[in-house]
Design a binder for this molecule. Sequence first.
Ligand code: ATP
Ligand code: MG
Length: 363
Amino acid sequence: MEKNILTGDRPTGRLHIGHYVGSLKRRVEIQNEGNYDNFYIEIADAQALTDNYDNPGKVRENVIEVALDYLACGIDPSKVTIFIQSQIPSLCELTFYYMNLVTLARLERNPTIKEELKMRDFEKAIPTGFLTYPISQAADITGFDATIVPAGDDQLPMIEQTRDIVRSFNNIYGETLYEPEAVLPDNEACFRLVGTDGKAKMSKSLNNCIYLADEPEVIREKVMGMYTDPNHLRVEDPGQVEGNTVFTYLDVFAKPEHFDAYLPEYKNLDELKEHYRRGGLGDVKIKRFLNDILQETLEPIRTRRKELAKDIKGVYKILEEGTKKANEHCLRVTERVKNAMGINYFDDPKFLESQIEKFKKEN
Ligand code: ATP
Ligand code: MG
């Protein structure tokens, strides 16, 4: 069996540092380890349209933004296939057949969907396309026989839904599809990076993001405006580290060498946290430290992005070639699925033969 990987993002905006630590960084590592047969990254424009159907221009423009973010982070198109979801028609076919295997109640139970419906004020009038996007995600994954899906933890219910569909399908139509596994980031704080406002998740839809393409001054402003401990009013007050966004980000981004470079008076993060808890350490100092770290981390990505943006035609070419390869692969899988279901009327000489025999006997 092939070892195939599929992952992706919705082109609803540029990618942010939540994507970076939650998924992008891991993707580049997996790519460089090279232990796979096919590695697909999907720009999920059709899924983005399920809640942006009235703003197709936004989705269209962000396809290239997301592609630039991938390449800027080190995704190498000679090792990884980047494709655009809407250009793979057989994904719609798979979705249509999988819909028969999923109840409405099962879709409504999906905790990520529940949260997203609330966030989008969709609870009273749920668009069918939006509610069913986990089914189309099952098509995305199984359509490439992907068994490994690197993602953030909000994707776990989608992987579970895919596994359910695979099991039902195989039960009814015979062993055809493979069950996928999620690959979560190593560091738990990266499963779901909080927003700069301290809200549960950094998300394009919540306006609480630090984008990979942000300019240095914008990053600085966002860091200086970050949510900390609301009760830590004066420097001498004892402060809380848990739920303090600056410390959450430091947990994710601070490395020993950052202390040597920017804050040599502390040995490590534990010492810094201890001082904050005790009192006597101001928010401005920890924010400046975080800013230094983020500037250092994002500078090379931003520079590469600007370089890549000089050749947009070249980036589209990468997407076009990737989409062509993805299309061929998905067509092969879809044919297998349709064969299993017996909806291959013109490709099954044995069945034709048996039908001829049947009618011969009847007459
Ligand atoms: P939208 O608001 O349009 O849903 P988003 O910011 O949630 O956008 P997606 O395109 O839905 O981004 O998510 C793409 C991938 O990035 C998924 O694997 C998701 O788990 C991961 N991801 C998104 N936000 C975060 C985050 N804050 N922390 C960690 N991973 C994240
Ligand atoms: Mg999302």
